[in-house]
Write a protein that binds this ligand. Structure first.
Ligand SMILES: Cc1cc2nc3c(=O)[nH]c(=O)nc-3n(C[C@H](O)[C@H](O)[C@H](O)COP(=O)(O)O)c2cc1C
Length: 354
């Protein structure tokens, strides 16, 4: 066991069969204690999957979900590029930029490369430069990317509807084009920050979005993707429906937790039926709005306990992996911060390597 004092960088060497931790810098307020984790006899052998479940030791182990095996667990997260054709025949179509953005990590050995949040229909784009997957042209352009990525990694794609966070501009000053002004839609007519208020989705429109998710999922399979991730977090409609902070509906999609989960679970159920049974389905969630019982802010919000309940429901519906993020639905929420999470670590149950 090695104690590292505050503001000191050190190198710690351990014997055969143990871990090498190097350049540990403690910039937090508390003393950090690192200990070695259990390892196999041989210094570089991979751990079997049933050992040290919480340990980073699994990073270089393969992971099999349904019929898909990723060689290790260093994966590329979806990252919006704001680089698709904004209009014309190529609207929403991925270009050479996207091939390079996704192809280079695949060529470099990243085991799973996930395409950015891809809109299921034109209104569901957050920006005119977003990629989409609602027509044949886009499907074929994505096929080129999936084919290339499949040479070195597992190609995945994330599907989204931007809801009330749609129709915005690029996140940097854009000389070419300002924010677009198409009417946005959402669970309730509540605006997000300074964005315009969306119109409330009718029940028919809700059901139509569910079908559009399923149609895009079928296109993703045709394009050759092997993993599909639904965007259920970051304030997009699935999350907007989930949270009592953004959903004030009084029909069967609002009110109780069961009702607020209904839209997201409908999307998952329908997509699971449209996406090949042998391929994994992922779900990205925001675990908390940083409101309500998770904080000392009494305003209602989506909480970690709600996420735990949602997770068990997603599992029943055939979701294979949950990618847990947080926030981005309630711009007024205060997010507690601590350097490198050190303050939280000192309070949380220790991880295996601490
Ligand atoms: C430029 C940029 C674009 C992003 N776009 C998306 C996106 O399309 N979908 C998504 O779920 N997350 C998106 N994110 C969040 C990342 O996927 C990732 O979760 C975040 O950068 C934190 O990294 P980590 O998950 O490895 O901690 C984006 C992040 C960045 C920096």
């Amino acid at each position: 066991m090695v104690a590292v004092d505050r503001a000191r960088t050190t190198e710690c060497f351990f014997g055969p069969g143990e871990y090498l931790l190097h350049n540990i810098e403690n910039i937090g307020e508390t003393e950090l204690i690192f200990s070695t984790v259990e390892h196999l006899e041989s210094a570089n052998a991979a751990l079997p999957l049933d050992q040290n479940q919480d340990s980073y030791a699994h990073l270089f182990n393969p992971l099999t979900l349904r019929e898909v095996t990723s060689a290790h667990r260093a994966w590329m997260s979806p990252m919006m590029q704001f680089a698709a054709a904004p209009d014309g025949d190529d609207v929403g179509t991925p270009l050479d930029w996207h091939l390079q953005h996704l192809g280079s990590p695949a060529a470099a050995g990243v085991a799973l490369v996930m395409v950015e949040a891809t809109a299921i229909d034109p209104v569901g784009r957050s920006r005119v430069y977003d990629v989409g997957l609602w027509n044949d042209r886009q499907t074929m352009a994505f096929r080129r990317i999936a084919d290339f990525s499949a040479q070195g990694s597992v190609p995945g794609i994330q599907l989204v509807h931007a809801g009330r966070k749609g129709s915005t501009g690029r996140p940097w000053p854009d000389a070419d084009r300002g924010p677009e002004t198409w009417g946005t839609v959402g669970a309730s007519p509540l605006s997000f920050g300074r964005l315009p208020s969306p119109s409330e989705l009718s029940i028919d429109e809700v059901e139509s979005i569910v079908q559009s998710f399923a149609a895009s999922a079928r296109r993703a399979a045709v394009a050759g993707f092997k993993v599909l991730k639904l965007h259920g977090g970051h304030g997009y409609p699935i999350h907007q429906f989930l949270s009592p902070n953004s959903n004030i509906r009084t029909d069967r999609y609002g009110g109780s937790l069961e009702n607020r989960m209904r839209f997201g679970l409908d999307v998952v159920r329908t997509v699971r039926q449209s996406w090949p049974a042998g391929l994994p389905l992922f779900f990205r969630a925001s675990a908390t709005d940083w409101l309500g019982s998770d904080t000392d802010d009494p305003r209602p919000g989506w909480t970690v306990d709600d996420t735990v309940e949602l997770a068990s429901r997603l599992k029943e519906l055939g979701v294979d992996l949950m990618d847990v993020s947080s926030g981005r639905s309630a711009p007024h929420a205060r997010i507690p911060r601590s350097p490198l999470g050190s303050a939280r670590r000192s309070r949380s149950p220790p991880l295996q390597w601490e």
